[in-house]
Ligand binder design. Structure first.
Ligand code: E4P
Length: 227
């Protein structure tokens, strides 16, 4: 499963990218807006932090296919070929995805609330489809169940499109989809950190440090002892 940071805070991205095996960063207009900065400046800075080889997702804004395609071309020209254009999974979006595929521009069908939206975006040629787990839950439906159904549909129809599950509330949801074998998850920094936040883990590490210090001295490492 590919793991992405769903955020545009450059300090958080720098920190998490240095620590975790992260495949890239996903953004949307609301996430960019939270920074209070010029969205293009933020995206350029994120690209510098994560490097040319990591995936960066940025959304096309216009509501019509022609406008989406224009945005997509401009974004890829600015941020490089490893940039995935998020296109809403609606009829104008399907048209844009199809044309962008012919041009070799990678896309992600986003704003996915239903399995058939995902299927149509995939059929149009999207590289990824992004169902919104938590938002679907909040509508009274089973977000995790819908993501699994989308994964099943893509598998049954032997489509290359990957599921990029989004809108997570907690690490348990990520675990459940990871165990199911979905293609990718994109999570806010606090959800990524919660994947390994556990008092038992901290306690075990503290015990190792304490026990070693008894025979080696405070704050001594193996390298210190070996010399
Ligand atoms: C990703 O494609 C979505 O834009 C994002 O994950 C939505 O998350 P939210 O429901 O927390 O806003």
């Amino acid at each position: 499963m590919k793991l992405f940071i769903d955020d545009a805070n450059v300090d958080d991205i720098k920190r998490l990218f240095g620590l975790y095996p992260i495949d890239g960063v996903t953004t949307n207009p609301s996430i960019l807006s939270k920074t209070g900065r010029n969205p293009v400046d933020v995206l350029k800075e994120i690209r510098e932090i994560i490097g040319a080889d990591s995936l960066l997702f940025a959304q096309a804004l216009p509501l019509d296919a022609e406008g989406m395609i224009k945005d997509a071309r401009a974004i890829v020209k600015l941020l490089g070929s490893n940039t995935i254009i998020k296109v809403p999974s609606v009829p104008e979006g399907f048209k844009a995805i199809r044309i962008l595929k012919e041009e070799g521009i990678h896309t992600c069908g986003t704003v996915v609330y239903t399995p058939m939206q995902a299927y149509l975006a995939a059929k149009a040629g999207a590289d990824y489809v992004a169902p919104y787990v938590n938002r679907i839950d909040n509508m009274g439906y089973d977000g995790i169940g819908i993501v699994k159904q989308i994964q099943d549909i893509l598998t049954i129809h032997r489509m290359d499109t990957k599921v990029l599950a989004a809108s997570f509330k907690n690490s348990q949801q990520v675990l459940e989809l990871c165990a199911y074998g979905i293609g990718g998850s994109t999570c806010a920094p606090d959800v990524i950190e919660a994947l390994v936040k556990n008092l038992a883990i901290d306690g075990a590490i503290d015990a190792f440090i304490h026990d070693f210090a008894k025979v080696a001295g405070e704050d001594k490492s193996m390298a210190d002892l070996i010399g």
